[in-house]
Design a protein around this ligand. Structure first.
Ligand SMILES: *[C@@H]1O[C@H](CO)[C@@H](O)[C@H](O)[C@H]1NC(C)=O
Ligand SMILES: *[C@@H]1O[C@H](CO)[C@@H](O)[C@H](O)[C@H]1NC(C)=O
Ligand SMILES: *[C@@H]1O[C@H](CO)[C@@H](O)[C@H](O)[C@H]1NC(C)=O
Ligand SMILES: *[C@@H]1O[C@H](CO)[C@@H](O)[C@H](O)[C@H]1NC(C)=O
Ligand SMILES: *[C@@H]1O[C@H](CO)[C@@H](O)[C@H](O)[C@H]1NC(C)=O
Ligand SMILES: *[C@@H]1O[C@H](CO)[C@@H](O)[C@H](O)[C@H]1NC(C)=O
Length: 233
């Protein structure tokens, strides 16, 4: 039996409606049970500092991290000064070696997944205290350390690992809509909310790519269903 174009359209749009209605329902159910977004003040009251006199980190950051649960959309708040840095990497080897040489603008070392975050300070060797806010925008293992004093701060305890769970997923402010289809894709505008680091721009770009793939993936999925329906009739 041949299906008329009108019938086919009706079938396809009802399939699409089921997908559009049910997927957000499941997502909402998961989000309801996930904890609200939280900000984690790194090291608690001790902050993100190195005590040069004691040649030691201000606190045990691994012990601090073990007391926290981290989710997408949470922020790490580093209360620090320009005597220390905030380096994020997903390269465990770079973290173990306290090696930030592959950061943002370098090649080699930690590689393309190593980023520097900084507040307004910039310079090294003193400076006013500042809060550096780092959004957690990717799931899985992330590593943080200070690479100042040629890695001594890191080697002497200024480092920790976190495991980022999905939770509620990225909030709209950190997520992004799907990009236009290629080949007309334009580069995404730089992300300009709290913080201005390369890392945030990169991760938001990555988030956009992921959402885009998801979106066009579901378009492709509907196409496959359509092909199956057409094949079946
Ligand atoms: C967490 O920190 C970010 C960046 O400073 C801020 O925009 C956000 O409002 C804070 N959220 C909470 C729940 O305090
Ligand atoms: C740094 O360490 C020294 C020696 O252990 C200690 O006396 C001092 O109070 C520490 N400074 C801070 C800011 O914790
Ligand atoms: C601090 O400890 C490191 C070893 O981790 C050592 O190389 C360095 O000389 C020490 N610095 C001071 C000021 O004692
Ligand atoms: C810091 O805490 C971790 C986890 O609690 C522990 O394994 C480690 O030995 C501590 N480091 C120091 C230098 O006390
Ligand atoms: C991870 O870091 C190590 C040490 O810095 C480096 O040799 C390696 O190439 C990095 N891996 C990736 C995938 O960037
Ligand atoms: C920052 O480093 C300078 C030089 O090493 C030192 O004099 C100053 O006390 C440090 N400040 C803090 C808050 O650790």
């Amino acid at each position: 039996m041949l299906m008329s174009p009108a019938m086919l359209w009706l079938l396809l749009s009802s399939l699409l409606a089921v997908a559009v209605v049910t997927i957000p329902c499941f997502a909402a159910a998961a989000a309801d049970t996930a904890p609200p977004y939280a900000n984690h003040t790194v090291g608690g009251a001790a902050g993100w500092f190195f005590n040069a006199t004691a040649n030691a980190s201000a606190t045990n950051y691994s012990a601090w991290a073990a007391t926290q649960s981290f989710y997408l959309g949470d922020y790490l708040i580093f209360n620090t000064n320009a005597n220390s840095t905030v380096v994020q990497t997903s390269n465990e080897t770079a973290y173990q070696l306290c090696d930030a040489s592959g950061g943002d603008d370098g090649d080699g070392g930690g590689g393309d997944d190593t980023f520097f975050f900084s507040g307004g300070g910039g310079g090294r060797g003193g400076g006013a205290e500042e809060a550096v806010a780092v959004p957690l925008t990717v799931e899985g293992a992330l590593y943080y350390f200070s690479d100042d004093d040629d890695g001594i701060q890191c080697a002497r305890g200024m480092r920790f690992a976190v495991a980022v769970a999905r939770g509620r997923g990225l909030p709209p402010a950190l997520a992004a809509p799907p990009p236009p289809p290629p080949p007309s894709a334009a580069p995404p505008p730089p992300y300009t909310a709290a913080g201005t680091s390369q890392g945030e721009r990169f991760y938001n770009g990555a988030g956009r790519l992921g959402l885009g793939l998801g979106f066009w993936g579901s378009v492709a999925g509907v196409g496959v269903v359509a092909a199956m329906v057409i094949g079946a009739v």
